[in-house]
Design a protein around this ligand. Structure first.
Ligand SMILES: *[C@@H]1O[C@H](CO)[C@@H](O)[C@H](O)[C@H]1NC(C)=O
Length: 503
C-alpha cells in the first residue's frame, strides 16, 4: 500500500462525475432545505386555504402550525429513511445506479410540488416532501461513497467534500430564489419548489456516460474485467500505471471474501469490532447537526434585524452568511488535501465552541451595550466559517475512510441517518428552546460540541492518506482501542512519503 507510484489526478471523466453529482445530486438536497424557510408563511396560507376549501375545516393557529411543521419535517423523516435504504440500493444497483434512482424520486417530488397549487392539494405537497426527503437521504448516503471510490487515493478527501459543497450551494440557491421579489411569493412558490427537479434531471442525463465505481464492480459485484475497464477510463492511463490500485482492489476483495456473508446494516450494528468506527461516524454526523448550525442560520436573519439592519439588508446579510458557508465548502475541497483530518477537525470544533459562546453572550446582552449587535453578526459569520473548516465537510465522508468496502455502504447509511435525525431533533426542539430559554440555547450547542471534541481527541484515528484496511486494526477494540498509540510513527512516515510522492 505504500505508494511510490504517482496517481493521475483530476482526469476529465472524474471532473465530469464531480460536476454531475455536485449540481445534479447534492445541490437539490440543499435546495430543498434552503427553499422552504422564507416563503414559509405564504405556503402555510395555501395549506390553510386548501384544507378549508377541500374539507371545509377551519384550522386555528396552532393546528395550522402543526400542519406546517409536518410539511417541513416530513422531509427530514424521508431523509432518515432514504439514507438507511441507501446501503441496500448502493449494493444492489451500484453507486451510480443508486444515485440515478434517487434523482428520479427527486424528479417526481418536483412535479408534485409544481402541480400542488393548481390541484389545490396539500397531499401532493406532503407526498412531494416525502419523495424529496427520500431522494435527499439516498444521495447523502451514496454520493460521498461513489465519488471517493472513483478518486485516486490522494484526492479522496477532496471528492468526499463535494457532497457537502453541493448541499451548501443548494441552500444558498434556495435562499436566493425564495426571496419575495424572486420566486418566494404567492404565484411563484410552486415553481420555486419545483426547480430542484431541473438539477436532478441534469444528473439523470449525464449519468449515462458516467463510470460505475471500480471498487464496487471489483469487490461487491466480483466483475474484475469490467472494474478494470472503468478504472482505466477514469484514470486515463495505461494498465501498467495502475498496478498499485489493482493490487489494492485485489487485497480488498480478499478481505471481503474472508469476512464472509454480506455486511447488512444489522450485521454492522452487531459487530463488536465495528462498534468504535460506527460510533465515531454517528457522533460526527449527528454532532454536525446538534452543533446547531441550522439554528444559527435560522436565527441569523433575526439577529441581523435586531442589529439594526432593515428587513431587506438582513435578508442580504443572511445570504452573506450563506456565501461564507459556500466559500468554506469550496475551500474544503483543497483543505482536505492539505490538512490532516484530526488537526483540522479539532481546530474547527474549538473555534466553533468559542463563537457559539460569544453568540450566546452577545444575544443575552444585545440591548445593554451598543456594540453587542455587531458582536452578534461577527460571531454568526465566525461560527459559519469555523464550522465549514471541518465540522461541515468531514462527517459526510469520514465513514468512507474508516470502513472497508464491504461494510462501507451500511456504515455510511447509518451515519447519514444519524445526520438526518440530528437535523430533525434540532428542527423540532430549537423553536421551543429559543422561545423558553432564548440565548442560552447556544450554550447547549456549545456543550455538545465540547463533548464531541473530547470524544474525537481520544478516539478518532488519523485517516488521511490511509486505506481503510490500515485503520481497521486501530479501532477494532471498541472503547478500549487506542487509535493514537500503536505503530504511530511508522504510519506517519508512510503518510508523509505518500504525500511527497503524490503532489
Ligand atoms: C385559515 O383560513 C380561514 C378561512 O379563510 C380563516 O378564517 C382562518 O383565520 C385561517 N387561519 C389561520 C391560522 O390563518
Amino acid at each position: 500500500m505504500e505508494t511510490s507510484v504517482s496517481y493521475p489526478g483530476w482526469t476529465k471523466i472524474l471532473i465530469l462525475a464531480a460536476l454531475a453529482t455536485v449540481l445534479g445530486s447534492s445541490t437539490p438536497v440543499g435546495y430543498n432545505i434552503g427553499v422552504i424557510n422564507t416563503p414559509g408563511y405564504i405556503i402555510k396560507q395555501f395549506c390553510n386555504e386548501s384544507v378549508h376549501s377541500r374539507y371545509n375545516i377551519v384550522l386555528d393557529e396552532s393546528q395550522l402550525d402543526i400542519l406546517w411543521s409536518s410539511v417541513v419535517s416530513i422531509f427530514l423523516i424521508g431523509g432518515s429513511i432514504g439514507s438507511l435504504s441507501g446501503s441496500i440500493l448502493a449494493d444492489k444497483t451500484g453507486r451510480k445506479g443508486g444515485l440515478t434512482i434517487s434523482s428520479i424520486l427527486g424528479l417526481i417530488a418536483g412535479v408534485l410540488f409544481w402541480v400542488s397549487k393548481t390541484a389545490n392539494s396539500i397531499e401532493m405537497l406532503l407526498i412531494g416532501r416525502v419523495f424529496g426527503g427520500l431522494s435527499a437521504g439516498l444521495i447523502t448516503a451514496i454520493m460521498p461513497m461513489y465519488m471517493m471510490e472513483l478518486a485516486p487515493p490522494h484526492l479522496k478527501g477532496a471528492t468526499g467534500a463535494l457532497c457537502p459543497l453541493g448541499v451548501t450551494l443548494g441552500i444558498l440557491f434556495g435562499q436566493i430564489l425564495s426571496m419575495y421579489n424572486i420566486l418566494g411569493n404567492e404565484g411563484g412558490w410552486p415553481h420555486c419548489l419545483a426547480i430542484s427537479a431541473i438539477f436532478q434531471f441534469i444528473y439523470v442525463v449525464i449519468s449515462f456516460i458516467l463510470p460505475e465505481s471500480p471498487k464496487y464492480l471489483f469487490v461487491i459485484k466480483e466483475k474484475p474485467a469490467l472494474a478494470l475497464k472503468e478504472l482505466k477510463r477514469i484514470r486515463n492511463v495505461n494498465e501498467e500505471l495502475l498496478t498499485g490500485e489493482i493490487e489494492l482492489l485485489k487485497f480488498e476483495e480478499q478481505e471481503n471474501i474472508r469476512q464472509g456473508e454480506h455486511w447488512s446494516i444489522s450485521r454492522v450494528v452487531r459487530s463488536p469490532e465495528l462498534f468504535l468506527p460506527l460510533l465515531l461516524v454517528c457522533t460526527l454526523q449527528a454532532g454536525q447537526q446538534l452543533s446547531g448550525v441550522n439554528a444559527v442560520f435560522y436565527y441569523s436573519s433575526v439577529i441581523f434585524k435586531s442589529a439594526g439592519l432593515s428587513v431587506k439588508s438582513s435578508e442580504l446579510a443572511t445570504i452573506g452568511a450563506g456565501c461564507c458557508n459556500m466559500f468554506m465548502a469550496i475551500m474544503s475541497v483543497q483543505t482536505m488535501i492539505w490538512f490532516k483530518r484530526r488537526t483540522i477537525l479539532q481546530i474547527s470544533l474549538v473555534t466553533s465552541i468559542i463563537f457559539l459562546v460569544i453568540l450566546g453572550i452577545s444575544i443575552s446582552y444585545m440591548d445593554k451595550y451598543q456594540f453587542m449587535p455587531y458582536l452578534c453578526i461577527v460571531s454568526v459569520l465566525g461560527y459559519v466559517l469555523c464550522y465549514g473548516l471541518g465540522l461541515g465537510p468531514i462527517p459526510y465522508f469520514i465513514g468512507s475512510e474508516l470502513f472497508e468496502v464491504g461494510a462501507r455502504s451500511s456504515a455510511m447509511a447509518i451515519g447519514s441517518m444519524a445526520n438526518w435525525s440530528g437535523n430533525f431533533v434540532v428542527g423540532l426542539t430549537f423553536p421551543t428552546m429559543a422561545a423558553y430559554i432564548g440565548a442560552p440555547s447556544f450554550y447547549i450547542f456549545a456543550s455538545i460540541v465540547i463533548a464531541i471534541l473530547i470524544f474525537i481527541r481520544t478516539y478518532l484515528p488519523e485517516t488521511k492518506g490511509k486505506e481503510a484496511c490500515e485503520i481497521y486494526s486501530l479501532v477494532a477494540n471498541g472503547l478500549k482501542s487506542k487509535p493514537l498509540m500503536p505503530s504511530r510513527n511508522i504510519k506517519e512516515i508512510n503518510t508523509i512519503t505518500n504525500e511527497k510522492d503524490t503532489i
